[in-house]
Design a protein around this ligand. Structure first.
Ligand code: MSP
Length: 508
């Protein structure tokens, strides 16, 4: 396996309100990719963080009766804490109020200015503060409302600095044509390409009426438009958050986001990079919405689910598993307490948890706790593990987390079938069947070990506990450790408390 560089990002989250399951979703998905690539022994850098400037944050701070910075400090730390609770293995957490970020954004803007891509003009347009974006008349929802939030937009008229986005139309189209896989799924690629094809207006990239932002270096009465400040985080983080040779990670390998911010990432972001003379990201993976009651979970809709009670009751791996499996990556999916409980009980506890228990108990009872040697009779299972492993590698390469989890689960089910079909408790009664019993016990231990390594990116804590129960080194979770039968015979198993214990009552 070749070892590559892998730089993965999440959007940086607004600090206007508390994190919810929607934010947790993107961070968890990014973490699954990051962990999988560490299994491949790639050189991984995983970035997440918070977006802290702009009118939206300034207003939220005012409503909370504190300064924008004090407000941002408090809320940013809640996002950072959420990351820890999610078991996110990010290498850095960027804040757009970091002085190093601010200095680098100013430097980049000066480069764009010097190259002649920024000019001054006056502008009037309909502005949605929750989006921090202008809309043209034709894009608005009825009643002069934002097409995303459904809340009224405001008329904003200002003398601003503009970025010549329109001048990048041809270069952007050429980039899209030369890199047909650079935005996935394809429907989002087509949507973004259409936006460019339809024509682009120049972009106002500064604000004169707000002060909570990064000053425009040559005109400190204005602050840089929050989206320009925010998008550059993916670049600035490497200049101070990734060690001495952090720039080796550029360009991003995979950038995750929901479809609400497609235009910013697939149209404006590459144009800004072209203007700053920086190579473009390799792939954007645009996922769907976590819905609650049929609508996107968001502060504006007010249908938020707090992830913490679910994590407290079921454990973090249950949330990671549920979100990656239930919501087909790239599509919308519904979060429900009932669905969560059903997958926890039916799949994690009954299928995986029980499989481990039974395997360990049978090896203890019939073979004194020592995994027997391989008689080489289970070529079918070994071939199945090989096939699913290839499928999982391909799924991750296609940015498809859900398929990767499903493929691993095919193995969990195959192992449960093996237990039922070979009925070790029957074999154990007949001394002539000793070799057959050895084989099935070996196969169960070997199959489980492979599947736990393959599931490790999704349920890291549980996989490690289960590997320890099988007498394995819980830190040996590379893809090479997933090969069937590797280091399994002769290890001593240990019974452990249930991996996914019964949960009494559940959060709403
Ligand atoms: N600050 C901007 C992003 C700047 S990136 C340079 C922003 N922040 S946000 O707090 O609104 O977070 C948006 C991201 O959070 C979405 O793109 C998505 O990754 C995640 N999600 C927030 N709510 C979500 C759902 N209901 N469903 C899925 N993802 C959700 O936009």
């Amino acid at each position: 396996m070749s070892h590559d560089r892998f730089y993965i990002t999440t959007p940086i989250y607004y600090v206007n309100a508390d994190p919810h399951v929607g934010h947790a979703y993107t961070t968890i998905m990014a973490d699954i990719f990051a962990r999988h690539h560490r299994q491949r022994e790639d050189d991984v850098f995983f970035l997440t963080g918070t977006d802290e400037h702009g009118a939206k944050i300034a207003r939220a701070a005012e409503a909370a009766g504190r300064s924008p910075k004090a407000h941002a400090d408090e809320l940013s730390s809640r996002f950072r804490d959420l990351g820890r609770v999610l078991n996110a293995s990010n290498d850095f957490f960027i804040r757009t109020t970091d002085p190093e970020h601010i200095a680098e954004v100013q430097r980049l803007l000066s480069v764009m200015h010097d190259r002649g891509d920024i000019y001054r003009d006056s502008y009037g347009g309909w502005y949605c503060t929750p989006c921090e974006a202008f809309y043209v008349e034709g894009e608005l929802a009825p009643g002069n409302c934002c097409p995303i939030h459904g809340t009224p937009v405001e008329w904003l008229e200002e003398d601003n600095w503009f970025f010549r986005l329109s001048a990048y139309r041809e270069r952007l189209l050429a980039y899209f044509d030369e890199h047909p896989g650079w935005v996935v799924p394809t429907a989002r690629y087509n949507e973004a390409r259409r936006m460019i094809d339809d024509g682009l207006e120049d972009l106002s990239i500064s604000r004169s009426q707000i002060s909570w932002g990064v000053p425009v270096p040559w005109d400190p009465d204005q602050v840089i438009y929050v989206w320009v400040d925010a998008l550059f985080n993916y670049w600035t983080a490497l200049t101070y958050g990734a060690g001495a040779d952090g720039d080796r990670f550029w360009p991003p390998t995979l950038q995750l986001m929901a479809k609400d911010i497609l235009k910013f990432h697939a149209v404006i972001w590459p144009a800004l990079l072209m203007a700053a003379d920086i190579p473009l990201p390799q792939r954007l993976a645009v996922h769907g919405y976590v819905l609650k009651g049929g609508e996107k979970m968001s502060k504006t809709t007010g249908n938020l689910v707090d992830p913490f009670p679910f994590i407290e009751d079921y454990g973090i791996d249950a949330l990671r598993y549920y979100l990656s499996r239930e919501i087909r990556f790239g599509e919308d999916g519904t979060f429900s307490a009932e669905g969560f409980d059903a997958r926890y009980t039916g799949e994690l506890a009954n299928e995986l948890g029980n499989l481990l228990n039974r395997t360990v108990n049978m090896i203890e009872r019939y073979r004194g706790g020592v995994v027997p040697a391989d008689g080489g009779a289970d070529t079918q299972l070994s071939a199945e593990v090989g096939a699913r492993t290839s499928e999982i590698l391909a799924a991750y390469d296609h940015a498809d987390v859900t398929r990767a989890v499903e493929a691993a689960w095919v193995l969990v089910r195959a192992l449960n079938r093996l237990v039922e079909q070979r009925a070790p408790w029957v074999l154990a009664k007949d001394p002539d069947q000793a070799a057959a019993l050895d084989q099935v016990l070996f196969s169960l231990a070997a199959g489980l070990k492979s599947v736990l390594v393959l599931l490790w990116p999704v349920i890291p804590e549980s996989a490690e506990r289960a590997l320890a129960a099988l007498g394995q080194d819980p830190t040996a979770v590379l893809m090479t450790d997933a090969s069937f039968g590797h280091g399994v015979a002769g290890t001593t198993v240990h019974a452990v408390p249930p991996l996914f214990p019964r949960v009494e009552g559940r959060p709403e």
